[in-house]
Design a protein around this ligand. Structure first.
Ligand SMILES: *Cc1c(COP(=O)(O)O)cnc(C)c1O
Length: 401
């Protein structure tokens, strides 16, 4: 299966209108079958290598679906207090790992209630909070920065970019780490990848070896972060396995991976309907009832062009439209897509791969409503998990009425 076919493989050949035509739009649909499919692949990696895999909740935090993933994973990874609490509450029994670029005094005691593995970003954070974490019986780690960029294009997703604040460089380590601090450490963490294959991990691991090779032998665990696109078609599972085994054998550490995307890849859709069509010069435009800026912010931030069911690239099919949201933001553009038939108001469009970095990242800019969230069970039935209304827009803007 190629990447493009994989996006909508969960639909089983049915049309969006047949499957989701009765749902209110816009809405997200989370696909249990695809989550389970991803979970099985990740569990297989864990079984074959002995590594442990965590859900990075920043990519996907729809906790109603955590029980679907839980049997395949060792636990959750959090970016701070709230995600750590969510992981502890909603994936009970799983490990709770947390990494934050800087922890806060006022939150740290509560964080200790939820997290069992606490990863610090710098020697100074380790010095300030490490002894308390240790005294509370936590496993303590430090994020290192191997200064090895393996990605092009997405600078905002490159923690190894020059001047990055993420992770301790070797120079900083040599300057600030003393024996007392090193003794606080149970593990080392690196996170440098984004939607990458295992060859990039291999390169990164070599950089870790050459820059920090003296450290892992003193550790219990090595966390290789996220950004491993493990569940996409063609991912080099064999190379991943070799990297994991190499680290385990060479350094006698246990290995963690904490993918976000790979857990929920292609496991969600965003259904929207066309509100209007118009023209500006040679450009045919369609306004839909979802917004890139509000409901799929990575389209603008990353940026990327989300997959759309039944569409082609601009100019590929009979008619091409630039799709945009109803907001006042000129740049609220989803992308240019072509279709066999002209679009008319009311047409249902279905964006794919919308479980990740969407529901947990959306916003109500322009007073846009938040899309409802549905769950599609293994058998295909649809369950409404959440709808939103005016209150969700107003509540966080001022005094409660
Ligand atoms: C973002 C992030 C992840 C997950 O990344 P994906 O690209 O979604 O797999 C894991 N760990 C850390 C520290 C992260 O910042």
């Amino acid at each position: 299966m190629d990447t493009k076919t994989a996006v909508f493989s969960g639909l089983g050949g049915e049309t969006p209108e047949a499957l989701f035509g009765k749902l209110p739009t816009p809405c997200y649909i989370l696909d249990e079958k695809m989550l389970r499919r991803n979970g099985k692949i990740l569990a297989e990696v864990a079984a074959q290598t002995g590594c442990r895999i965590l859900l990075a909740q920043k990519a996907f935090s729809n906790y109603d679906l955590y029980p679907v993933l839980a049997p395949f994973l060792a636990g959750t990874e959090a970016s701070g207090l709230y995600e750590a609490r969510l992981g502890a509450e909603e994936m009970p029994g799983g490990e709770v790992h947390v990494f934050s670029a800087a922890y806060r005094e006022d939150q740290f005691p509560e964080l200790l209630q939820y997290a069992d593995h606490i990863v610090f970003n710098s020697p100074s954070q380790l010095r300030r909070f490490g002894p308390r974490a240790k005294a509370a019986g936590k496993s303590v780690g430090l994020r290192i920065n191997p200064e090895c960029s393996t990605q092009e294009g997405h600078a905002i997703y490159d923690p190894c970019a020059p001047g990055s604040r993420l992770g301790t460089t070797r120079a900083q380590w040599d300057k600030d780490m003393d024996e007392e601090l090193v003794e606080l450490l149970d593990g080392i963490h690196f996170h440098t990848l984004c939607e990458q294959d295992a060859d990039a991990l291999d390169v990164t691991l070599q950089a870790v070896e050459s820059k920090f090779g003296d450290i892992p032998p003193r550790m219990k665990w090595l966390n290789m972060g996220g950004g491993h696109h493990i569940t996409r078609p063609g991912y080099q599972l064999g190379v991943l396995g070799k990297c994991i085994r190499r680290a385990m054998e060479k350094w006698h550490v246990s290995v963690y991976l904490e993918p976000g995307e790979a857990c929920a890849l292609n496991a969600g859709y965003l259904a929207t309907r066309v509100l209007d069509v118009l023209q500006n010069g040679d450009t045919d435009l369609a306004i839909v009832d979802t917004s890139a800026a509000c409901h799929m912010p990575d389209v603008i931030e990353m940026p990327y062009r989300p997959p759309l069911y039944g569409s082609g690239a601009a100019g590929e099919k009979a008619v091409t439209y630039r799709l945009g949201g109803p907001t006042c933001l000129s740049g609220d553009i989803i992308g240019d897509y072509s279709f066999d038939q002209p679009l008319v108001p009311g047409d249902l469009l279905l964006f794919g791969d919308m479980a990740i970095y969407s529901t947990c990242k959306n916003n109500t800019f322009n007073g846009m409503p938040l899309p409802a969230i549905y769950r599609r069970s293994e058998g295909g039935s649809l369950e409404m998990l959440r709808t939103f209304g005016y209150g969700d827009f107003k509540d966080r803007l001022g005094k409660k009425q």
